[in-house]
Design a protein around this ligand. Sequence first.
Ligand code: XMP
Length: 515
Amino acid sequence: MQRHNRPIIVLDFGAQYSKLIARRVREANVFSLILPFNVALSELQKHEPAGIIFSGGPASVHVEGAPKPDPGVYKLGVPILGICYGTQLFADMLGGKVERAAKREYGIAHLNHTDGTSFLDGLDSRTQVWMSHGDTITKLPPGFDTIGTTENCTYAAIADATRKFYGVQFHPEVVHTPQGSKLLSNFVHVICGCASDWNMGSYVESAIAAVREQVGNGRVVCGLSGGVDSSVAAALIHRAIGDRLACIFVNNGLLRKGEADLVQKVFRDNFHVDLHYVDAEERFLKALAGVKDPEEKRKIIGKLFIEVFEEEAIRLENVEFLAQGTLYPDVIESVSATGGPSVTIKSHHNVGGLPEHMNLKLVEPLRELFKDEVRALGKELGLPDEIVWRHPFPGPGLGVRCVGAVNKERLDTLRDADAIFIDEITKAGLYGEIWQALVCLLPVRSVGVQGDERTYEEVCSLRAVTSEDAMTADWYRFPPEVLQRIANRICNEVKHINRVLYDITSKPPGTIEWE
Ligand code: XMP
């Protein structure tokens, strides 16, 4: 089935930026895929690439076992763009020379070019670029010309226009190369001849067709969590197969204020989805009574979720498929920096570990998408901003934010504080700037004074972080008056909290959640 026109393939040489390159290409409205550098040539050809981008990478072309592609890649007649290591690599493989640079070039430089090639078309004749390399090209391979230089780099941009091989020793994909997107756009549109046909409007139709093709006349069950991924997956599948989709939403008692109502309103009332709402609050709270250890909490919550989900799912008849909101970053094979053949594939299970005997086949309609594309798709499908722009929320929910004992009273306290925090962040127009904002209720009491009375109540800690992918995070710098308003409101409006802290730990060494 032809889902998109020919893609741009990013060959990953272990660069931290491979995903960014693929995203930049998609931002130029061209579909892109990441494959490991050592992908078999036959596999690469199966994708019928319109162009290939060699990513950067931490290795030097001279080290033993330096990652190298199948040399057949140069014979495919497909345009190639090298970035940093990628350029040095093809320079080396095609008969040029790469040596250790006298001085490692790192940081901002300026590309000068007078070249009239379409590759650099539209770029200022002197434009800022971001460099980060220890090796450098000292002799061009046959057929290549220099088309751009920087103060320290004679071969900052090179080209063999006949074979359509282009290379830059800087990083066009990062924000410090302000005209980098233009350069990538030139490569994919002008050099590779790709049309701007990758956008969510046109993707919706092909994604719907793909679901219909996979599912046939079968029925699909989907675990809805209220998060963006499962919501978009459900909305898409519903658009494709209507009431042959059944959604199960488990209220585990660990949800945020208003969350259960929101999910029911959106999916049952607006979309008319066959929604099975399971109120399992009591079961979860009973199982969690007296448990303080974070790992134990997670295990109990995870296991019980599967039990409850399965009980509900087996009541549905003739279900063959299970929908999951797996995203592209979870399916990309990641390449080890040394270029060993080892590839680790992260698996992702929103309803992790559903019993095998249920024998359900997976439907993963978001497998090709980055998170921002999932959001665009959600908008396209008519989901409200409240869901589309929702911060991530962990599976074990408030269970891991209610530090120490978990019970209804403490959860209600936490829910109230959390709602105020999110409300004030939203009112201040900051929600979209923050990756994730949350409140933790601490198992600590402190003395306070309210009116003329001494209080002895609980302490909460606010956490708001910026992040790219949750692997690392930094604390968000709030304007002090916003923090002040939040603290005032929490102490005044939430019955059992009389002290508010702001967590300024980055990750690492901290984690985003407290437990
Ligand atoms: P940490 O706390 O490890 O969290 O820095 C990183 C991101 O993952 C989320 N998170 C989870 N998500 N199940 C989930 O679905 C979990 O058990 C879980 N634990 C953490 C967390 O909210 C943050 O976005």
